[in-house]
Write a protein that binds this ligand. Structure first.
Ligand code: COA
Ligand code: ZN
Length: 309
């Protein structure tokens, strides 16, 4: 079993994209700066999407211009198309997270493209960026990889075909995304095993939503077959506005707590992370689904009640 895992904190992007309130740019920058100091490997900072599609992230360029970059942290931006890539190029993001869907229906709802149309377009985007900024890292996130809210199950062979094509396009990594929390641990284990075996050249990340309470179980199943990169969102924020029923990502502090309790190094200072998570209810005006913030760590001790003495 791997003794070290790596966290990509996605709350500033996947978390804020579904929030009804527009978080002011200075607050977003402060949040990202606070997360930068916790030891996460990467932060998905924002997305260069159309502001009509995702109004809450319309300030993507200003966010990236405002943050203080910490050594050792990769700053990622979501890029859906050529126009997004042009904007990202000016922002100096370290890594572009390209997105496509595994299912036609979600692809059309989210990006107005089927998976195969996306792959054609992304080929052009990668070539365009590589010609201008050769050091750019590319990740490709495959939404609905474990099931689509419109179509139901997505054949494993289809996912593997998409991964194969993405490998051919020269991406550095892929994320298998459980956009609406449909995955179960057996499914995660099987698909991850396949991808790790046949595409060891690609960095594999699991992007899990906790919509049906299976987020941590799925993360554990992935880790048990060799996955070491996980997306997670502080507080358990998140969801895709174009996938009905979508709700929060697996919660970063809960994920870090689980792995640290198991003796797996996450690189993250859990106390520092919890402090940042505690700021979210005030920032966003509602409670968070995350549990460790409420319950405290497993090593928390309450005073012994008198009756038990
Ligand atoms: N950044 C800013 N504006 C963009 C843009 C981008 N990356 N891509 C398109 N636009 C603008 C165009 O300039 C155009 O603006 P106009 O109406 O003022 O002329 C408008 O959006 C439509 O452009 P078009 O090329 O027809 O794109 P589209 O309508 O097919 O939209 C997407 C495609 C991908 C940009 C859009 O569907 C989108 O942003 N979806 C959000 C995806 C997402 O982030 N989902 C959640 C995470 S998975
Ligand atoms: Zn997501």
């Amino acid at each position: 079993m791997n003794e070290r895992i790596y966290i990509n904190e996605v709350a500033p992007r996947d978390g804020l994209q579904i929030e009804p309130v527009f978080v002011p740019t200075t607050e977003k920058v402060a949040l990202i700066d606070a997360i930068s100091a916790t030891g996460v490997a990467a932060i998905e900072t924002t997305s260069f999407t159309s502001s009509k599609a995702i109004p809450s992230l319309a300030d993507a360029s200003d966010v990236l211009a405002g943050i203080h970059r910490h050594k050792g942290v990769r700053y990622v931006a979501l890029v859906p198309n050529q126009r997004g890539a042009e904007r990202a190029l000016e922002s100096g993001a370290d890594e572009y997270n390209l997105v496509l869907s595994a299912s036609d229906s979600h692809g059309l709802a989210n990006l107005r493209m089927t998976p195969w149309q996306s792959l054609e377009r992304l080929e052009g985007v990668i070539a365009h960026v590589r010609a201008r900024a050769p050091a750019t890292i590319f990740n490709a996130s495959i939404s609905t990889a474990f099931g689509c809210p419109f179509e139901g199950p997505v054949a494993e062979a289809k996912i593997l075909g998409i991964v194969e094509r993405l490998g051919g396009l020269g991406v550095d990594g892929i994320s298998l995304c459980d956009t609406t929390g449909m995955a179960n641990p057996s499914q995660v284990s099987n698909l991850c095993k396949h991808v790790l075996t046949h595409h060891s050249e690609l960095r594999l990340t699991l992007h899990l939503h906790n919509t049906r309470g299976m987020g941590l179980a799925n993360a554990l199943a992935g880790w048990q077959v060799g996955v070491v990169h996980f997306d997670a969102a502080l507080g358990g924020l998140g969801g895709c506005p174009f996938a009905p029923g979508a709700s929060g990502n697996v919660c970063t502090e809960d994920l870090v707590h689980m792995f640290e309790e198991m003796g797996v190094d996450t690189g993250v200072d859990l106390e520092a992370l919890i402090k940042v998570a505690q700021t979210l209810p005030t920032l966003l005006g509602h409670e968070m689904p995350g549990q460790v913030v409420k319950a405290g760590r497993a090593n928390r001790r309450y005073p012994t009640p008198k009756s038990a003495v």
